[in-house]
Design a protein around this ligand. Structure first.
Ligand SMILES: [Fe+2]
Length: 485
C-alpha cells in the first residue's frame, strides 16, 4: 500500500540541504544550575515533573579527538517543571571514561567509533572479563529502575545518578549478562522492572534475554539464543507476550572484534543476503520462535510492537543499509553532509506460516521516535512522534504521524533544530495524543538551546524556556513525574 500524502499544518522552515549546524557537535564546557529559565508562552498548569536527558557534550581529550556522534562524553541534563516555572541542571556524568579524560587528558576507553589503541591483550582481556576495559560513557539514554535512575550506553556498564543533583552514584545499579546490550530497555508492566537483551560473546556466543526487578541488581534470565555472528541491535520490540528481536544483517565475528585493530563499530560487516531475521521470545517461558525472515534493512529504533490476531506487528525506523552509521561521524556532520533517511516501516510476522510482510506507513522520514508509552507500548496504537529531515539534510522538524489515517502534522521554525520529542500525557487524558511534547532544541542563529513545549495533538507551540548557552545534540531522555522540586 502506498502511503497517503502528508498534510503539513504548520509553516515549515525554508528548506535547503544545509545539513546540521556544527554548533550541535561542539563541546559544552560548562556545568550549570539555573533556578529559573526565561519562558515565553505558557506552560500547562498540569505539567509537573522533570525531563532527564543524557547526551554527548565533549568531543576532545588532550590531543585526542572523538570521531563519532555516539562517542562524545556524556552530560546529564535536567529540566524541572513546576508551577509554570522551569529550572535547569547540567552536569557531566562522572563515568570512569570521563574521569580519565579530565584527570589524564586522554581517551582511555574504546568508544563506539574511537579507539585509544589498546593492545591486543587488553582487547581479549576485556572480551572475557566484561567491564575490564569497557567504556561506561552512558550518553544514549536514561531510565528509572525502581527508585534508581540510570544512564546507559550499549556496554554492560550502566551508571546510576541522583536525579536532583545529577551527581554520579558510584554503584553499579545492576549486572548485565553479556558484553553488548541496548540502552533501550522496556518496562515490565508486571512489576515495574526492566527487560533487555545482551549479547554474550566468546567461542559460543548467544543473545540472552533478561529481566531486572525494580529493587534488584541481579538479572533473571528469560531465555537465550545461540548466534555465530551477533547483529548490531540498538533496540528491540515488546508485545504483551513476546520480546521481539530484529536482527539486521550488520554483523560481527566475535573473535574479529576481540583481535581487530579498529574501533568497535568498524568491525561490523553488512551481509544483506541474510535478510532481516526476526525472533520472538516468550516472556514467560523463554521459548524462542524463529524462522521469520524479511528483506534486509538496518534500524536503530523500534517504534512499537503488538499482537494482532495471531500475527505480530513490528514497527521500525528502517534504513536500506547501515550507511547512516557512516553519516554520523563528526567530520561529516560538521561539514553539513546530509543524513540517510529512515522510513517508518511495519513488518507483519506470522509465526504460523513463517511469512513476513513489509509495508511503509508514512511518506516522511522518521527518527528518534516516541509513542504514548504508558498507554500504548505492547499494544495497538495510532500515533508516533519523532524527528524528520524534511527537505534539509538534518533532523529539523518534529512530526506526528497518524498511522491509522496515514497523515502527518509537523512543526518547524527556521534555524531551530529540535531534539527527540518526549511525549507526556495529560493526567486524566482520554485520547492517545492528549498531552505535550518536550524537545530540547538548538537555535543555531542565537547559538543557544531551549526546551520547547508543543501540544502533542496539534503540534502547536505552547511555550519555550531558554538557556543562555548551547547544548550539543543528544539522543534520549525520559520525563519523570515523581519530582518537581
Ligand atoms: Fe536510541
Amino acid at each position: 500500500m502506498s502511503p497517503a500524502p502528508a498534510s503539513t499544518l504548520t509553516p515549515s522552515a525554508s528548506t535547503q540541504a544545509s545539513g546540521a549546524p556544527a554548533l550541535g557537535f561542539t563541546t559544552l564546557e560548562q556545568e550549570s544550575v539555573i533556578d529559573e529559565l526565561p519562558i515565553s508562552g505558557e506552560l500547562p498548569p498540569w505539567l509537573q515533573g522533570s525531563l532527564l536527558r543524557t547526551g554527548p557534550a565533549r568531543f576532545e581529550a588532550g590531543p585526542g579527538r572523538l570521531r563519532h556522534w555516539f562517542d562524545g562524553l556524556a552530560m546529564l541534563h535536567r529540566f524541572t517543571i513546576a508551577g509554570g516555572r522551569v529550572s535547569y541542571g547540567g552536569r557531566y556524568l562522572e563515568s570512569r571514561s570521563y574521569r580519565a579524560v579530565r584527570e589524564r587528558d586522554r581517551i582511555a576507553y574504546g568508544e563506539f567509533a574511537t579507539d585509544p589503541c589498546r593492545s591486543i591483550f587488553s582487547r581479549v582481556q576485556s572480551m572475557f572479563h566484561p567491564g575490564a576495559a569497557v567504556t561506561d560513557n552512558a550518553n544514549v539514554n536514561v531510565t528509572r529502575l525502581g527508585e534508581r535512575f540510570v544512564a546507559m550506553t550499549e556496554t554492560p556498564m550502566p551508571v546510576q545518578f541522583d536525579p536532583h543533583t545529577l551527581d554520579t552514584v558510584g554503584v553499579r545499579p545492576f549486572e548485565t549478562p553479556g558484553h553488548l546490550t541496548t540502552a533501550h530497555p522496556h518496562l515490565d508492566r508486571g512489576d515495574g522492572g526492566m527487560l533487555n537483551y545482551a549479547a554474550k560473546l566468546g567461542p559460543r556466543s548467544s543473545y540472552r534475554f533478561f529481566r531486572v526487578a525494580p529493587d534488584s541488581g541481579t538479572p533473571e534470565l528469560i531465555g537465550s539464543l545461540p548466534v555465530r555472528e551477533p547483529a548490531y541491535m540498538h533496540s528491540f520490540g515488546l508485545t504483551e507476550r513476546y520480546l521481539v528481536l530484529a536482527e539486521f544483517p550488520f554483523v560481527v565475528n566475535p573473535l574479529a572484534l576481540a583481535l581487530a585493530r579498529r574501533p568497535y563499530i568498524e568491525n561490523y560487516r553488512w551481509k544483506p543476503e541474510r535478510g532481516t531475521r526476526f525472533t520472538l521470545v516468550d516472556r514467560t517461558s523463554g521459548e524462542v520462535l524463529g524462522g521469520l525472515r524479511g528483506e534486509a534493512c538496518f534500524a536503530f529504533h523500534h517504534v512499537n510492537a503488538f499482537e494482532d490476531d495471531g500475527e505480530v506487528v513490528v514497527d521500525l525506523c528502517a534504513y536500506p543499509d547501515p550507511g547512516i552509521v557512516e553519516d554520523l561521524y563528526l567530520e561529516r556532520l560538521r561539514a553539513g553532509k546530509p543524513l540517510a533517511r529512515a522510513e517508518l516501516v511495519r513488518f507483519r510476522l506470522d509465526p504460523g506460516s513463517g511469512s513476513v510482510a513489509r509495508e511503509r506507513l508514512a511518506e516522511e522520514d522518521l527518527e528518534l521516535p516516541r509513542i504514548n508509552y504508558g498507554r500504548c507500548n505492547e499494544r495497538p496504537y495510532r500515533y508516533t512522534w519523532g524527528l524528520s529531515c524534511g527537505e534539509s539534510g538534518f533532523l529539523e522538524r518534529i512530526v506526528k504521524i497518524d498511522i491509522e489515517q496515514r497523515t502527518t502534522v509537523s512543526f518547524a521554525d527556521p534555524g531551530l533544530y529540535p531534539g527527540e520529542p518526549v511525549f507526556v500525557a495529560r493526567p486524566g487524558a482520554e485520547t492517545e495524543d492528549d498531552g505535550v511534547l518536550l524537545s530540547l532544541t538548538l537555535d543555531a542563529e542565537a547559538a543557544s538551546s531551549m526546551l520547547i513545549v508543543l501540544d502533542a495533538a496539534s503540534l502547536k507551540e505552547l511555550a519555550r524556556a531558554s538557556l543562555p548557552f548551547h547544548v550539543p545534540f543528544g539522543f534520549h531522555g525520559q520525563f519523570d513525574r515523581s519530582f518537581s522540586g
